[in-house]
Design a protein around this ligand. Structure first.
Ligand SMILES: [Zn+2]
Ligand SMILES: [Zn+2]
Length: 171
């Protein structure tokens, strides 16, 4: 059964070197800011799968989960509900130097809350859209082009140079 966890004590798994375990968890993923807008990850809490493998002196970890981001579409401002899949890995090998030290692991205590959030930030798309081919808003009238008649357009404003020509009178 899944249990909601913020700090996970890897030590309680009692793994010995070379052993691994797959765990079903629920993590709390905080809302995040992106492009000045606020996005909430749904569902809450988020079901996640964590693979834990004990190495000779440390841990190799993998965290996977999928959410939808509730917040405005970058183009049309409707609720995006954009799907984001997270697949993050951490390796922690005490004595292995900076590169082999996970910022989320302190001894056997894993800060799952912080890891889950940072991993989501890294997995974000460059634009958060309601759908890949969102048409956005009309630059002239602001209408949502996803809902507008196909071929929505406006008469091109008259070019001022031609307007001047129109004023010329050729007597
Ligand atoms: Zn959109
Ligand atoms: Zn328009």
């Amino acid at each position: 059964m899944a249990s909601k966890v913020d700090i996970f004590d890897l030590g309680r798994l009692g793994l010995t070197s070379g052993e691994g375990r797959r765990l079903d968890l629920e993590v709390a993923v905080d809302p995040l800011e992106f492009g000045g807008e606020r996005y909430a990850a749904v569902p809450r809490p988020v079901p996640a799968i964590m693979d834990v493998a004990r190495t000779t002196a440390g841990y190799s970890l993998r965290l996977r989960y999928a959410v939808r981001l509730s917040g405005p579409c970058t183009r049309c401002l409707a609720d995006a509900g954009a799907p984001v899949a997270v697949d993050a890995r951490e390796l922690d090998q005490p004595g292995g130097g900076e590169e082999l030290s996970s910022p989320y692991l302190h001894g056997d205590e894993l800060d799952l809350h912080a890891w889950a959030r940072e991993a989501l930030v890294l997995a974000l798309p460059t634009q958060i859209l309601c759908r890949d081919d969102c048409l956005g808003l009309c630059a002239v009238c602001g209408e949502d082009l996803n809902a507008a008649e196909p071929g929505h357009s406006h008469e091109a404003p008259p070019d001022s140079r031609w307007a001047k020509l129109g004023d010329l009178r050729l007597d």
